[in-house]
Design a protein around this ligand. Structure first.
Ligand code: HEC
Length: 135
């Protein structure tokens, strides 16, 4: 009785299965091909990308922020820093980055980073946390 139904299902099932797999895998592939995980990048970081990249060795108007955590200030090779930042003696960690992003000009008078700072402590903290993850 069911022997006439089964072959029909067997014929239909593989294309359906293939279509289902294509539907579930295609968007996933498109996601990984796009920019780094947007979920971990806070909205407030978008403004930094106007001047900075997060790729090693690629400086923009500002130095690359790749691996900034634990790095001495003004130490990216080939980037022309201000004397003020070179002489700051700072090392970038959660505390110094928080002070820097509160007001670059206050922490390092004479810096060339033309940025007023992020006044909102929570949004600033999000950016600092994100910076600490950049390799
Ligand atoms: C309008 C351009 C501009 C924007 C916007 C900007 N920066 Fe900068 N940034 C610079 C410049 C230029 C320097 C180098 C300053 C110097 O030499 O005194 C710098 C330096 C830095 C440094 C020190 C890097 C090092 O190698 O010592 C950090 C950290 C930094 N910026 C983080 C940020 C973050 C985070 C944001 C966003 C919240 C941001 N910047 C927004 C231009 C910018």
């Amino acid at each position: 009785m069911s022997s006439s139904v089964t072959p029909a299902l067997v014929r239909i099932a593989p294309p359906l299965l293939a279509a289902a797999i294509a539907l579930t895998t295609m968007p996933a592939r498109a996601d990984t091909a796009a920019a780094p995980p947007p979920a971990t990048r806070p909205a407030a970081f978008t403004q930094c990308l106007a001047c900075h990249t997060i790729e090693t060795g690629r400086n923009g108007f500002g130095p690359s922020l790749a691996g900034v955590a634990g790095r001495k200030a003004a130490s990216v090779p080939g980037y022309a820093y201000s004397d003020a930042l070179k002489k700051s003696g700072l090392t970038w960690d959660a505390a110094t980055l928080d002070r820097w992003l509160t007001s670059p000009q206050k922490l390092v008078p004479g810096t060339r980073m033309p940025f007023m700072g992020i006044a909102d402590a929570a949004r600033r903290q999000e950016v600092v946390t994100y910076l600490l993850t950049l390799e």
